[in-house]
Design a protein around this ligand. Sequence first.
Ligand code: 5GP
Length: 194
Amino acid sequence: MVGQSEKKGKVIVVSGPSGVGKSTICKEVVNRLSDVQLSVSVTTRTKSESETDGKDYWFITREDFQKRIRQDLLLEYAEVFGNMYGTPRDKIDEAIKAGKSVILEIDVQGGKQAKDIYRDAVMIFILPPSQKELKQRMDGRGRENVEIAEERLNGASEEIAVAWQYYHHMVINDDLETAIKEVVEIIKNNTGEE
Ligand code: 5GP
C-alpha cells in the first residue's frame, strides 16, 4: 500500500469475459477516482448504435490499424473474435508522467503485452458468478447472434484459464456495487489514489 504523498501513476489492466460487466465497472470507477482515466482503444469492429466514436472506441479501418502498428503507435494490440483492438500509446505515457493512472479495459492477450512493458501494472480480472449467469447476460445483450455468443462463451473459458497466471486480483461481479467498490479499493491500495 502507498500513502497519498507517494501517489503514483500506474497502468491498470481490467480484463474478463465479454458480458461480465467490465465496461460498466470501469466507467463507474473513473467517476469515483479523480486521478484515474479510461484509455480509449482503437478497433476495426463495427460500431453499434449505442456507441460513440472517440468515447467507447475509435472505430478505424483495418488499413489504418495496420498503419498504426507499423508506426509503433500502439502499446499493445490483439485480434479478438475476428476484429483488431489496440491501445494508443501516447495518452498512456502522458498520463503516467503526470502521475495519473490509466485503466486499460482489454483482453488477456493485450494484458500480457501491457504487463511486459509496465512491470508494475495492476492486473485485475473480473469473473462472472457462474458460467450460467454469463450465458444469461450474453443472451440478454441482443447484439450477438447465437453462434457468436457461443464462440464468446468458449473464449471466456480459455481467457479465465490464462488469467490465473497473469492477474493478481480477481473480482467476482455478483453484485455490481460490490464489484465496483472492490476495484476502487484495489486501485487505491496500489496507487495511493484517495
Ligand atoms: P467488445 O467488442 O465487446 O467491446 O470487446 C471485445 C473484447 O476486446 C473485450 O474482451 C475487450 O476487453 C477487448 N478489447 C477492447 N479494447 C482492447 C484493446 O485495446 N486491446 C485488446 N487487446 N483488447 C481490447
